[in-house]
Design a binder for this molecule. Structure first.
Ligand SMILES: Cc1cc2nc3c(=O)[nH]c(=O)nc-3n(C[C@H](O)[C@H](O)[C@H](O)COP(=O)(O)OP(=O)(O)OC[C@H]3O[C@@H](n4cnc5c(N)ncnc54)[C@H](O)[C@@H]3O)c2cc1C
Length: 450
């Protein structure tokens, strides 16, 4: 049986109690206190993904507002949206809601360093402003009547339910991490209703290797990372970054790997992303001051492919540079000097330079071929292709900006239906950019709603 209560017509129904849905509802209701607002969340609790951000600490804004930190196949449109809300405006809204924050070297965090503080603040305002919030309520479909939206909800606890609203805001997020609410369902629903979608791909994720090293498992090392696609005898650069890499059971993780992962998954789907030249270390004010060699000069070094065999590699592979602080040109002199200093002992030289287990591993491989010492600047790892990526932090691609009215986050096809957050065809680099987009798009929606 389908239940609905006509006396309860809402001014706004928000689908998804995540970052952008909660933020937009609060800003809208503060602007229009008389409006009836209902948030419907399919999980048993609101904001599950938000609670997991930044390792539970929530890197809720980046240090800088840079369009370059965002990726979309509709760059012009995405940039226009990003530019229409300033960073200062986002900061001001958060200050106004009572959030106190601190700046760490890679971004803004609540001063408690706990994501739950940010969520508590959002839920405080939801309650205080009289916004209704129902969990265990999944949008499965909607219909448009003459003036209203009929929203069909599935719930574990109850029978199917219908709600009626003048306006609907879809902030259902991305597809990854099912346990945190990720799902492809709304994308399919919208595709079925004639919306144009960009092919989706997981982004900001660790990547598996064909031959992960057991001996390196759990190790971390600061290194340069270059991602290539093999194209015959050539290698096409898909991205590069410098920072702390982690070796895990199946492959590689750490911020530089996450940053390059979207270029890999997008390329695998044939999306032809432009090379992703990241600035992880430049994001960190602290390390860029301390670093003797900046990233710009690192990027100039192209590995010498005449000396690197691509046989048996690929199609996608990383070259790891264990000495990003030394240029390719200076490396052999540097290495000779260091070997002399430590008595010509390869293992000791590596031990006196790199983390212990990494040094022992590299020394073991190099012991068989000392001429390969130059490969310390370009250590090859082929990326495994057959894997299920549910560990991505965000989803690239999604609902195209072309479905929206000019600079207004409202559907052209179905006026009264608004979209914000990750569901749209954009994602950002690590370091608070994805939440910056969630807040910015929520602000835009809150202004545009009637
Ligand atoms: C582990 C992890 C760490 C991260 N760390 C950071 C970080 O430090 N900084 C940063 O900027 N970004 C980070 N992100 C990314 C960030 O969390 C997302 O970009 C952001 O939450 C997106 O906001 P959103 O409102 O679009 O979606 P979400 O916050 O995901 O909210 C969407 C909500 O909609 C609900 N929903 C989905 N479908 C339906 C439906 N049919 N009916 C009802 N409800 C539905 C979901 O359950 C969810 O609660 C991280 C992500 C992960 C997974």
């Amino acid at each position: 049986m389908l239940k609905h209560d006509r006396s309860k017509k809402y001014d706004l129904i928000v689908i998804g109690a995540g970052a952008s849905g909660l933020f937009a509802s609060i800003l809208y209701k503060r602007r229009k206190p008389e409006a009836r607002v209902l948030i419907l969340e399919k999980m048993d609790k609101p904001a599950k993904r938000l609670l997991a951000t930044g390792n539970g600490r929530c890197n809720f804004l980046p240090l800088r507002d840079s369009k370059k930190a965002f990726h979309s196949s509709e760059e012009k449109e995405a940039h226009a949206y990003l530019e229409s809300v300033s960073f200062e405006e986002v900061e001001a809204y958060w200050a106004d809601l009572g959030l106190e924050w601190t700046l760490l070297d890679n971004g803004y965090y609540p001063s408690s360093l706990r994501a739950e503080t940010l969520v508590e603040i959002l839920l405080f305002w939801v309650k205080k402003l009289g916004i209704e919030l129902r969990t265990d309520s999944e949008l499965v479909d909607y219909e448009i009547t003459e003036k209203d939206f009929k929203v069909f909800i599935r719930s574990k606890a109850e029978e199917k339910k219908t709600y009626i609203s003048r306006q609907v805001l879809l902030t259902a997020g991305g597809q990854s991490q099912k346990a945190l609410g990720g799902s492809p369902n709304i994308y399919s629903l919208l595709a079925g209703r004639g919306y144009a979608l960009e092919e989706t791909f997981p982004a900001l994720l660790g990547l598996p290797l064909v031959k992960p090293s057991k001996r390196l498992q759990g190790q971390r090392v600061r290194a340069g990372l270059r991602l290539y696609l093999k194209d015959g005898k050539q290698a096409v650069l898909l991205g590069t970054d410098v920072g702390e890499i982690q070796f895990n059971k199946t492959g590689l993780s750490g911020v530089p790997v996450l940053q390059l992962s979207g270029a890999y998954t997008a390329s695998r789907k044939g999306l032809n992303p432009s090379p992703y030249i990241y600035k992880t270390e430049e994001l960190s004010l602290l390390s860029s001051v301390l670093d003797s060699r900046n990233l710009a000069s690192y990027l100039k070094d192209e590995p010498d492919f005449d000396r690197i065999s691509l046989t048996g590699m690929g199609p996608y592979f990383f070259l790891l540079d264990f000495f990003p602080q030394i240029s390719l040109e200076d490396f052999s002199t540097y290495w000779e000097k260091r070997m002399n200093l430590f008595g010509g002992d390869l293992e000791q030289t590596l031990l006196n330079t790199l983390p212990k287990q990494v040094a022992i591993y590299l020394a073991g491989v190099l012991a068989k071929d000392r001429h390969k010492v130059s490969s310390l600047k370009a250590w090859p790892w082929t990326i495994a292709e057959d894997f299920v990526a549910d560990n991505a932090q965000v989803t690239g691609g999604g609902v195209k900006f072309s479905n929206l009215r000019d600079k207004r986050p409202e559907s052209r096809l179905e006026p009264g239906l608004f979209l914000a957050g990750e569901i749209l065809n954009i994602y950002g680099d690590c370091g608070g950019n994805n939440l910056l987009w969630a807040w910015k798009s929520a602000i835009l929606v809150s202004h545009a709603l009637d």
